[in-house]
Design a protein around this ligand. Structure first.
Ligand SMILES: Nc1nc2c(c(=O)[nH]1)N[C@H]1C(S)=C(S)[C@@H](COP(=O)(O)O)O[C@H]1N2
Ligand SMILES: [Mo]
Length: 250
């Protein structure tokens, strides 16, 4: 028979549980419960997201590097879309490609690549860290997501921004502070050239404060929402389906 637990152990366990419970309660009160909070690791996901959001400023910047630090090798993760639509658009250099902006905005809209390039550009040399163990530095040029969201006019009840690629199994979302962060970029160029097919042509998200998988390539649509429950399996991203957390702050 197992040894009965000592009083001290029981006390420790009780404190542990109630501290985690208390933190989760505070996180809930402050709207800091991530969409993938359910399930076995739920409390861990909530504590990571809530503590990072409470302890670090939502304005903190990802490190930016010098040109001389740009990586010679920048791996490609995943294969480009195989659909006929994507191939047709690629063949005509994305002339008819449009980025849909919809959901909780004043003016739902469709933007061409030329529209996006006509907005004030931002270039930043940042690192992309992949959960698979590599990280590389590149210069990314594009338009801040915040610029496009402000054009569309985000409604007050909005909480998240979800974004989708040509590939149904790749989509993700971020909270509004991350979406409005100055380094969150809709990137159409990398190291001074148009995005290659491998790296996400014609447009990709770059979220340099989070792991690489949040930086969805081959964007087609951005939707502003107050809940992620109705999208995909309701966990805020395709990544939790394969075991990665929605919040991937680094
Ligand atoms: N549409 C789409 N977006 C994607 C991926 C993908 O396979 N398809 N891979 C993700 C992962 S895991 C990482 S690390 C980065 C890799 O970007 P890169 O191929 O430009 O290095 O893109 C992310 N965005
Ligand atoms: Mo990755």
């Amino acid at each position: 028979m197992a040894k009965p637990l000592s009083r001290r152990k029981l006390l420790g366990a009780a404190i542990g549980v109630s501290a985690a419970g208390g933190a989760a309660y505070l996180a809930g009160k402050n709207g800091l419960v991530p969409p993938d909070h359910g399930g076995i690791y739920g409390i861990g996901e909530t504590l990571t997201y809530a503590s990072q959001r409470l302890l670090t400023s939502r304005h903190s910047l990802a490190r930016e590097f010098q040109r001389s630090e740009i990586s010679n090798v920048f791996p490609v993760n995943g294969d480009p879309p195989t659909s006929d639509t994507y191939r047709r658009l690629l063949a005509q250099r994305f002339r008819d490609w449009r980025l849909t902006i919809d959901g909780l905005v004043d003016h739902p809209t469709q933007l061409s690549l030329a529209d996006l390039k006509s907005y004030p550009p931002r270039s930043q040399i940042t690192e992309q860290a992949c959960e698979e163990g590599w990280s590389s530095i590149a210069e990314w040029t594009g338009v801040p997501l915040s610029y496009v969201l402000n054009l569309a006019g985000v409604l007050p009840q909005a909480k998240y921004v979800a974004y989708f690629s040509f590939q149904d199994d790749w989509w993700d979302s971020i909270d509004l502070p991350e979406a409005m962060h100055p380094q969150t970029l809709l990137a159409y160029a990398m190291n001074g050239s148009e995005l290659s097919t491998g790296h996400g042509a014609p447009l990709r998200m770059r979220v340099p404060r989070q792991l690489g998988y949040k930086s969805i390539k081959y964007l087609t649509r951005i939707t502003v929402t107050d809940t992620l429950k109705n999208i995909g399996s309701g966990l805020g991203s395709s990544s939790p389906d394969t075991g990665y957390s929605w919040y991937a702050g680094i």
